[in-house]
Design a protein around this ligand. Structure first.
Ligand SMILES: [Zn+2]
Length: 283
């Protein structure tokens, strides 16, 4: 290869691995994972929809990709993405592969957190509705990053997707990542966002929701204190709260949910590689 050609080759490699590509979440097209679906280079107005929800679309290299959250309870096999390009509709298909998640048994002394009283139900249902609204609200603003630092320094004490039993009774699978840390440890926004909801929830305890744009929403639960208010715009690294043990917990930790197109997905797929090693611990 001539010097000229090898310089061109090196430049091309740089462009191919350039800004956009490096910032995508780790692709893992499994239930609870993230599919990265190439949309090609053409088209000015691009919109993608999956299962009735609008999907995050971003630049990658010279083209566009859809970054699709896949529900934990989804079927294996071919799934369809509806793409609107310059006013015309296309259908793109992507494959979802199987994944087995481990089982976790937890013991709670507060039995009301396993089987709430009848009088707790209106509150629980209202909180689920509010969370649903926050997770499914679309904002056109694009997230500034799709790879981030962990929101708290600590040990991964519960991975996403664990099939859970509380006091021997089956409950919903684990919808986020647990990071164990002492009460009072600062929780930092991993990526800039807008505070769209805070509250003291029955199961989730004191909770903050951040909307990062294009359907990327993160949630921070079991907090001791909340240091932000609805409407605040927060920067990456800004302290938003402290770790606590409020709600349904066995000890102080942060429960961190990452949601795309209204679907909770594995937060580990969004961590920078160095961060992944830092929180890698027991399951
Ligand atoms: Zn959790």
């Amino acid at each position: 290869m001539s010097m000229f050609k090898s310089v061109i080759f090196a430049l091309a490699a740089l462009v191919a691995s350039g800004a956009g590509a490096a910032e995508l979440p780790q692709a893992s097209a499994v239930p609870g994972g993230v599919a990265v679906v190439p949309l090609g280079a053409a088209g000015k107005v691009l919109e993608a929809h999956y299962a009735d929800h609008r999907v995050l679309v971003t630049r990658s290299g010279n083209g566009w990709v859809a970054v699709v959250g896949i529900p934990l309870q989804t079927s294996i096999g071919a799934h369809e993405l509806r793409v609107v390009r310059d006013g015309r509709e296309e259908r793109l298909s992507f494959q979802v592969a199987p994944k087995q998640y481990a089982t976790q048994h937890l013991t709670l002394e507060n039995k009301r957190m396993v089987n709430p009283y009848a009088k707790d139900m209106p509150r629980i249902i209202a909180e689920q509705r509010r969370a649903r609204t926050v997770f499914t609200t679309w904002r056109d603003a694009s997230p500034s990053q799709l790879r981030f630092a962990a929101p708290v320094d600590g040990r991964n004490s519960g991975t996403f997707g664990l099939r859970r039993f509380f006091n021997g009774e089956p409950r919903k699978p684990h919808s986020g990542m647990d990071i164990a840390a002492p009460t009072g440890t600062p929780v930092r926004a991993p990526v800039p966002g807008r505070v769209t909801e805070t509250g003291d929830y029955f199961f989730n305890g004191k909770t903050v929701f951040l909307d990062h744009g294009q359907g990327l929403v993160t949630m921070y639960c079991h907090l001791d204190s909340i240091d932000v208010q609805v409407g605040d715009e927060v920067d990456a690294g800004q302290i938003i709260a402290t770790v606590g043990a409020t709600g349904r917990v066995t000890g102080p930790h942060l429960h961190w949910t990452v949601s795309l197109n209204g679907t909770a997905v594995d937060p580990a797929l969004f961590l920078l590689p160095a961060e992944m090693a830092a929180v890698a611990g027991e399951e």
